[in-house]
Design a protein around this ligand. Sequence first.
Ligand code: SF4
Ligand SMILES: [Zn+2]
Length: 428
Amino acid sequence: MRKDESGRNFGAEGVELHESDSELSKNQENEPFTQMTSAQVAEAAKQIMPRVMRRLRKDRGRMVVDDIVSFSLPVSGQPGREAPLVALKTTGCMHSLGAGGCTMCEYGWAGRKVQTEELRGQLDRAFKIFEKANEEHEIVQFNINALGSFFDDREFPPEIRREIYERIKQAEASGRKVVFITESRLEYIDEAKLLEMRTMLGDEAKVEIGYGMESTNELIRDACVNKLLPADFEKKLALLKQFSVERWAHIILKPPFLNERDGIEDAVKSIDESFNNDWAEHVILMSMNIRKSTLVGELVERHEYELPDIWSLIEVVKRVGSEKASKLSLLGFVTANGTEQKVTGCSECEAPLKKVISKWTGVKEDYDELMRIEKEVHCACRGDWQKEVDKKPSEPLHIRIAKNLDRLTRDYLGAPLHEAIKSRPKIV
Ligand code: SF4
Ligand SMILES: [Zn+2]
């Protein structure tokens, strides 16, 4: 920008700028990210989020897990039944230890490498929990997990996976139907591991494997969650299908940097696309929790993030419709240590809504009951929620995300976004 002798401002191409234009030009010099396209913001996020998250974890600390973790969850399609999910104390999620991990997650780590012998001892205790929980059931369920990924050899060495399959197979000997459930990032899944699993468990065993999709929008997935799916994730999903594995996609409700309306729309779209693209047979809709040592925890302290409203969750289920809702689990309300802040409602709506959500198994009766309450309850907090959802943001989502990334790079990498991008080679 230059001034002529009469004090008028001119832009780079000789066009006269008025006061507001010159202000804009100055802003663009300071904030070049406002010119970025959505694809450029997504690309920038892939580069800088792992660097930001690594620094953030260093500053805010990590939770050290000192024992196996177990809690009960409703069993999809079996009203009234709950079954334990057990996570062994493994070394920890390598995505978290390497690339800083997902922005909302703090499942912790062991603080050191966990040896195979120690895992064996934990397995004995885990299977005692399963034995008790399965006692009176014809369909026996084993939901067993690492802190990060079941198929990552650094968390579960192959011999431990084989011991797990053997123990599960023994339960089948009594003539009962077996369900094996676990979770893994997709990069650790390959044909040899799935072949071994199927060979050892047999074709009769039902296998459900959960994986974090979080959002089917790549910009949101990488910029807001730091998920970084492998480039060939669709091939991994096809491979799982080939081995008759039920794929359970995790979708998070309202990742950071999204407002209430964005959160609802992203969750509905992600659920639809997970099914329509044949990426999942079942979706776990995770309501966000606040864990102190995460980016979400940091944003809450800065008053830059609020948990999704309970009515947003109801709205997502309603918009998804009864057919897809029958293949949904609603999680995030029951957690291992229970200290996280979770989605709440007001004194009028919270109790009836949570009653249905906490026992939700996806059957038609659950959906009908939730929709009945949705019609009947008109509390004050619902009105506030509606006003929030009706707000129209002044800027497109990718620019709002870029502004947040810029703040993060300034705080954690000591440089504005455009300089932070240039300063290091790509990480992925
Ligand atoms: S959500 Fe899963 S992949 Fe992400 S950091 Fe946590 S354990 Fe790792
Ligand atoms: Zn309410």
